[in-house]
Design a protein around this ligand. Structure first.
Ligand code: NI
Length: 168
């Protein structure tokens, strides 16, 4: 396994649109292990997306189950070709990102989503997610379309916050 270098803003490669994974082969499985190792090696990110390590394929990992404050969640999810099919409600909440290490920001997201994805065993899933987990999923899926939370701030003046130390 190996830890990959994380691209940080304003690296232009973060704006790429990622392509669908056609088959979960050994190369993809190895990459997923590396992506997970990279997520865990850092400051405890709840999610990571393939394009953040310069691999422009539609793969993300989300796991909010280790938050200090427990939240409703589906545990550790490896999502291949994820697609949100329903959005409900809106809520503003604070987000951080491994690719934007020096800032956090307030972003408006759907409160509840329904999504489809394939896991690393090529099984299809359709789940509903709410609250913080839904926010994390929406944040990670944005990376697949070349978007950062910075692109979703209503105002950089009032919704962007500097931070000294990265923590969850
Ligand atoms: Ni991010």
């Amino acid at each position: 396994m190996s830890i990959k270098e994380i691209l940080t803003y304003p690296n232009e490669a973060l704006k790429n649109i990622s392509t669908e994974v056609e088959a979960v082969d050994d190369e993809i499985l190895q990459f997923i292990r590396d992506l997970e190792e990279t997520r865990q090696s850092g400051p405890g990110a709840v999610g990571i997306a393939a394009p953040q390590v310069d691999v422009h394929k539609r793969i993300v990992i989300v796991d909010v189950s280790n938050m200090r404050k427990p939240v409703d969640n589906h545990g550790h999810m490896i999502m291949i070709n994820p697609e949100i099919i329903h959005w409900e409600g809106m809520a503003k909440g604070r987000e951080g990102c491994l690719s934007v290490p020096d800032f956090t920001g307030n972003v408006i997201r759907a409160e509840k989503i329904k999504l489809r994805y394939m896991d690393e065993h090529s099984q299809q899933h359709e789940i509903e997610s709410t609250g913080f987990e839904a926010r994390a999923i929406q944040h990670e899926l944005d990376h697949l379309d070349g978007l950062l939370f910075l692109d979703r701030l209503v105002s950089r003046r009032t919704d962007l916050f500097e931070r000294k130390v990265y923590k969850k």
